[in-house]
Design a binder for this molecule. Structure first.
Ligand code: C2O
Ligand code: CU
Length: 497
């Protein structure tokens, strides 16, 4: 199975990959010692290097010039890191930027000290410094990585990459393809618009760009063959854009969301909706005829539908018919929350440009109007535009908004008291999405980021089984920077609110 990325884009793996896994596990050294001690044997960690530095990338095709970006190993997106479930990763991150950074492994259930949150879980990686992350790939699935330091600018400038954990027995498909979706606000000379402190973005929908890329290029077409079955891993790496993808003439099945398997199903309304940071694994059977072309359309924003690219069928079919069997993924080892016995907590998200903008608490309930005009200027202090339970964060270090008793089940009853969408992300855990506006969800999806519609109520449930201080925030990175972020602590003992 091959990902659809060029070899020059592959991470700098330390040799040793070629040794069959079972040979490693059964072999000498640490494995044998562990086995003799009655402990599960463990292979050596897989080694990777990521160098964070300025680079250039041809995002828009010539004659447009290349764009100055910030990149992992010189490529946008960064190299796809691919491991097998159960493997241990050791990733050395070298910072060659002129400012501090960190890397967060979005959706991976890592130990707290490896979570990449500046000042909260680690000292930021200063210019010229290297930090080594090490953690196990507990869950198979589609994950990604990005900085958590000044994320709204660092991620937007190009710092993101796919982290794929293959199942122990990967399901049979003809191709396993990753599309990292991103959008960019480019000026006429293809440079990135430097208005990262744009107050309008912070208070409204976030920084929506004007150029959408798939794996770092504004795409034209994607070559497919009749009869082919593709596993398409979609990753929304955009700061703020929500995607709603329609595959004309095709019937994709969603088999995983945010890396976690889900009962295979057709997307609601034929559209795969992905908020920022969300992922979906699709199985798409190429049922078109040789030579045919079909559009993939992003129609999330009603007035802004556009053609993302075209599926372009080659002249030679791969096989006469597409495979018939439904592809199902094996579940990951997640602890099942006991909803009946769970402790319940209320969480309210509020603020934004259309609901009153000033003050600390009770945002979103204030009078309309008045403030916007004066606050639209650039370079203003953005903190305090958005709140969680009445508190606007000003950095990553803060008193926990919730302390969850470790090992217990918890329900977060979340309310979006604003006029905007918010993709809400919890670190260190996956949660089940139980209900929307009081109506139980059909599939109780496991997610790590849940897109809340304006004014929507969403209940989620989890077992708090990963101790530490975890970020809980909106993944529209301008909202996060403007206050929509909190800390949830998981600790032994009793729950405190
Ligand atoms: Cu994708 Cu707090 O992160
Ligand atoms: Cu938000």
């Amino acid at each position: 199975m091959q990902s659809d990325r060029s070899p020059s884009n592959s991470p700098d793996a330390i040799p040793g990959r070629a040794i069959p896994r079972r040979a490693v596990l059964a072999g000498g050294g640490a494995g044998a010692l562990l086995a003799a001690a009655g402990l599960p044997a463990r292979a050596e960690p897989r080694g990777f290097r990521l160098r964070v530095a300025p680079a250039t990338a041809q995002l828009v095709p010539a004659p447009h010039p290349a764009t100055a970006v910030w990149a992992f190993n010189g490529s946008v997106p960064g190299p796809e890191i691919r491991v097998r479930q159960g493997e241990r990763l050791r990733i050395a991150v070298e910072n060659a930027l002129a400012e501090a950074t960190t890397v967060h492994w979005h959706g991976m259930r890592v130990p707290n000290a490896m979570d990449g949150v500046p000042d909260l879980t680690q000292r930021p990686i200063g210019p010229g410094e290297t930090f080594v992350y090490e953690f196990d790939a507990l869950d198979a699935g589609t994950f990604w990585y990005h900085p958590h330091q000044r994320g709204s600018e660092q991620v937007d400038r190009g710092l993101s990459g796919a982290l794929i954990v293959e199942e122990a027995e990967p399901p049979a498909v003809d191709r396993d393809v990753t599309w990292v979706l991103d959008d960019w606000r480019l000026l006429a000379d293809a440079s990135i618009s430097p208005d990262f402190d744009n107050m309008h973005d912070a208070a409204m929908m976030g920084r929506i760009g004007n150029s959408v890329t798939v794996n770092g290029v504004v795409p034209e077409s994607f070559a497919v063959r009749a009869g082919e079955r593709i596993r398409l891993r979609l990753i929304n790496a955009a700061n703020a854009r929500i995607f709603g993808l329609e595959f004309e003439g095709h019937a994709p099945r969603i088999v995983a969301i945010d890396g976690q398997p889900v009962e295979p199903h057709a997307p609601a309304g034929g559209r795969v909706v992905l908020g920022p940071a969300m992922r979906a694994d699709l199985v798409i059977d190429m049922t078109g005829a040789p030579g045919a072309r079909f559009r993939v359309i992003d129609s999330f924003y009603q007035r802004g539908a556009y053609r993302l690219l075209e599926l372009a069928y080659g002249d030679a079919p791969l096989r006469e018919r597409v495979p018939e069997a439904e592809l199902r993924l094996p579940p990951n080892p997640l602890a099942e929350p006991d909803v009946a016995a769970a402790e319940r907590h209320s969480v309210a998200f509020a603020g934004g440009g259309m609901a009153g903008m000033m003050g600390g608490g009770m945002m979103g309930r204030g009078p309309m109007g008045g403030m916007m005009g004066g606050m639209m200027g650039r370079g203003m202090q953005h903190a305090g535009i958005w709140t969680i339970n009445g508190v606007a964060a000003t950095g990553h270090v803060m008193a926990p908004m919730l302390t969850l008793a470790e090992g217990r089940s918890h329900v977060l009853a979340m309310t979006n008291d604003s006029a905007f969408h918010h993709p809400i992300h919890l670190h260190g855990h996956s949660f089940r999405v139980l209900s929307r506006n009081g109506v139980p969800t059909r599939r109780r999806e496991w997610q790590d980021t849940v897109l809340m519609n304006p004014r929507e109520r969403v209940d989620i449930a989890l077992v708090a089984d990963n101790p530490g201080d975890w970020m809980f925030h909106c993944h529209i990175l301008e909202h996060q920077a403007a206050g929509m972020m909190g800390v949830i602590r998981v600790a032994p003992g009793t729950t405190r609110t």
